[in-house]
Design a protein around this ligand. Structure first.
Ligand code: SAM
Ligand code: SF4
Length: 334
């Protein structure tokens, strides 16, 4: 039997599901949630762990190979190990179970995530300088996040990915320092262009440090060699250090070098809405479908397939009439 595959109307195979576990966050990153969360959806509108497990099983039966848990800050959801355990049970049909976190809760908890079945972790780290870290995230906890990274490594969650959103005038002078960090700690350092997904609506094109600039800043200090493109979607251009040092560099440039043609993602918000693009202006309520009395699994399958067909061909950030989506990264699930 040929393996199932979810295809959108442009022929893109959808292999990658991002599941937001909560809209809450204990950080106030200025490029995401500078003023804190607006009123959070009532608890009964949030998908329960049983519902997430149920729909994930369906997604996997439709060809999803990778699930990444995100948020908000996913580790703020109570007992996250339980949902990790439930999703880990979908392996080996599910190939990869990952988590993106701000790292704050990792000290003391990383080992339990690994034991529950988490394969990989991405930790956000916007600065190696305490004052810049505080200014960018709103919290003075750089040392604790570094401890979290060490805890993830000790727990065997390697290879660890580190995400840094590079914003002009904030942390752009640290790009080469981050590359050195990647070498010294043998991590994959991913540099992300600032996208118009901040709740403050303060994004400006002038603040975007392009992928090209980022690469040039690294190469002033360390020569890079491109890594081959992996099968399926590749959102980052990946490099190794030409001198053979450990660590990896990834440059994610959705603003200046859109990769929509290779996109294999869809997202599920914490309140059960499918989003077919980070920049979608419409959402599709999977929650309503699965909660309808008498709803069958095959109706849910049909609904998911019909929604995937509505996936947008590309984002419109660079069009003159671009409209920032109403929900921010913390609600969409970055
Ligand atoms: N709270 C977790 C964290 O910070 O890692 C997970 C959710 S967060 C929304 C996921 C990723 O989105 C983070 O790496 C964050 O830096 C990134 N992000 C948030 N807002 C962004 C923006 N406006 N542009 C680019 N990346 C952004
Ligand atoms: Fe919270 Fe992550 Fe958004 Fe920062 S990027 S405010 S840590 S959800």
């Amino acid at each position: 039997m040929t393996p199932a595959v979810l295809k959108d109307s442009y022929g893109r195979a959808i292999r990658d599901l991002r599941v937001s576990l909560t809209d809450r966050c204990n950080f106030r990153c200025f490029y995401c949630l500078p003023h804190g969360e607006p009123p959070i959806a009532p608890k009964e509108q949030m998908l329960s762990y049983e519902e997430i497990e149920y729909v994930s099983d369906i997604f996997v039966s439709l060809g999803i190979e990778k699930i990444r848990l995100t948020g908000g800050e996913p580790m703020m959801r109570r007992d996250i190990e339980t949902i990790i355990g439930k999703l880990a049970a979908l392996k080996p049909r599910l190939h990869d179970l990952a988590l993106t976190t701000n790292g704050y809760f990792l000290p003391g908890r990383a080992a339990a995530l690994k034991e529950a079945g988490l394969d990989r972790i991405t930790i956000s780290l916007d600065s190696l300088r305490p004052e810049t870290f505080r200014r960018m995230t709103g919290v003075d906890v750089l040392a604790r996040v570094l401890e979290g990274i060490a805890a993830a490594r000790d727990a065997g969650l390697a290879p660890i990915k580190i995400n840094a959103v590079i914003v002009r005038g904030h942390n752009d002078a640290e790009v080469a320092d981050f590359a050195r960090f990647a070498r010294e700690h043998a991590v994959s350092m991913r540099f992300i262009e600032f996208m118009p997904l901040d709740s403050g609506h303060e994004w400006s094109r002038d603040d975007v440090v392009s992928g090209r600039e980022i690469r040039a800043a690294i190469e002033e200090r360390f020569a890079l060699a491109p890594l081959p493109v992996r099968r399926g979607a590749e959102t980052s251009a990946r490099y190794r250090f030409a001198d053979g040092a450990p660590g990896e560099i990834g440059i994610i440039a959705p603003v200046t070098e859109a990769f929509c043609g290779a996109c294999s993602r869809i997202r599920l918000t914490a309140d059960g809405q499918i989003r077919t693009c980070l920049f979608s202006t419409v959402e599709h309520s999977l929650r309503d479908v699965i909660r309808r009395s008498g709803a069958t699994r095959s109706e849910t399958v049909e609904y998911i397939e019909s929604v995937v067909l509505k996936k947008e061909p590309r984002h419109y950030i660079n069009d003159p009439d671009f409209l920032q989506p109403a929900r921010t990264m913390s609600f969409i699930g970055g």
